[in-house]
Design a protein around this ligand. Structure first.
Ligand SMILES: [Zn+2]
Length: 377
């Protein structure tokens, strides 16, 4: 990646790939470098087909023959195929109410550089102009990915109430403004898919993603694929009932898991209008009111995890988000909630708590652009 020097350069174009070539590239992106002898059976490709496909991918600059690895079975060195990460770069942008988080990654979704700037306005044309301005700083981008909280269908932001947007054709407008192929998706769905390709859930068949913070987000991987609803709505199971006498979530429910977990609801129940950090500190130091509120939220989180596991029997449950201090503060009670809700031995639940960094949202938006290029979707 290099900073833009010329006034306006042509963006690198993504090559046209056969389905087999896409599959090989995807396999290596998700599972890492492999010798040919391992790829062929995994993808059920004949050796001649695989040779042809890898030749195309090497010629296109997407793969490189790399270091050798001594195979224990044969004792012979075997050449590994690697994805050539630096061959293409992608810009990811995550929109929030007050800031624009961006990351440039290579083809393997490794972050090359990050941007964190205040948003200028919520008007679609201003947001498009701001993103185009960020994109114009780099002269070798292949694609753009943008994520936000809301309902997104085929590149159109159908509903993002917090921005006051309805039916904004964001992908088309960004392509017009930047000249880049652009993918737009719901932020939690993009994060779920990014973890499934490039993160803690790489290559698993089934996974539940739960993000906690200002809102509660949920995503599902089933049969190795991101679940998309029949109406383009993301899977939302964070409103399972925990206690009919609990707080209100804002969607007309009382005592659903979301109602306990959302940051503003936690803070609303505490005297003295503390910040989230102050509230966590109060709970940790054993202050009774804060301790009770965090324990109730922790229990609700456990019930949510337990029901998600009942529902899917997933290989992995990933938990992340800026509300993670809640888990750390009330861990024992989270596990009480899991035990009460889950119908089997809780040790079957592989709960993977991923440290949260806001830049991960931007990286997952770039990963969306990578996936879009690789799958042609
Ligand atoms: Zn609810």
């Amino acid at each position: 990646m290099s900073p833009r020097t010329a006034a306006r350069t042509t963006h690198p174009t993504w090559p046209v790939l056969s389905e087999a070539a896409r599959d090989v590239l995807m396999e290596l992106l998700v599972h890492g470098p492999m010798p040919r002898a391992e790829i062929a059976p995994r993808l059920r490709l004949s050796r001649p087909t695989l040779s042809r496909v890898t030749k195309t991918l090497v010629t296109a600059g997407l793969l490189v023959e790399g270091a050798t690895e001594l195979r224990s079975q044969t004792g012979r060195p075997s050449e590994l195929l690697h994805v050539h990460g630096e061959s293409h770069h992608f810009l990811g942008v995550k929109l929030t109410a007050d800031r624009l988080y961006a990351a440039v990654t290579d083809l393997t979704a490794a972050v090359v550089t990050s941007v964190d700037e205040p948003s200028r306005s919520k008007r679609p044309e201003d947001v498009v102009a701001h993103i185009a301005e960020v994109a114009a700083r780099y002269d070798d981008l292949t694609g753009l990915g943008v994520t936000l909280g809301g309902v997104v269908r085929d590149g159109v932001v159908a509903d993002a109430g917090w921005l006051g947007w309805a039916d904004v054709p964001l992908a088309a407008e960004l392509t017009a403004a930047t000249g880049l192929p652009t993918a737009v998706d719901n932020d939690v769905q993009a994060l779920t898919a990014a973890e499934h390709w490039f993160g803690a859930g790489a290559g698993v068949d089934s996974m539940v993603m739960i993000t906690i913070g200002a809102g509660v987000g949920t995503g599902l991987i089933v049969d190795g694929k991101l679940v998309r609803g029949a109406h383009g709505l993301p899977p939302r199971f964070s409103h399972v009932l925990v206690d009919p006498n609990g707080p209100e979530c804002g969607y007309g429910h009382r005592g659903c898991a979301s109602s306990y977990l959302m940051t503003h609801v936690i803070l609303r129940q505490l005297d003295g209008t503390p910040t989230y950090e102050e509230a966590v500190e109060r709970a940790r130091s054993g202050e009774p009111q804060a301790k009770r509120v965090f324990e109730e939220a922790g229990y609700a989180l456990g019930v949510l995890i337990g029901h998600a596991a009942n529902f899917l029997d997933p290989q992995k449950v990933l938990l992340t988000g800026d509300g993670l201090p809640l888990y750390e503060t009330a861990r024992d009670v989270v596990h009480d909630g899991i035990e009460d809700a889950y119908e089997d031995d809780p040790s079957l639940i592989d709960l993977d708590v991923q440290p949260f960094d806001f830049a991960e949202w931007a990286r997952s938006a770039a990963a969306l652009a990578v996936r879009s290029a690789v799958t042609g979707g």
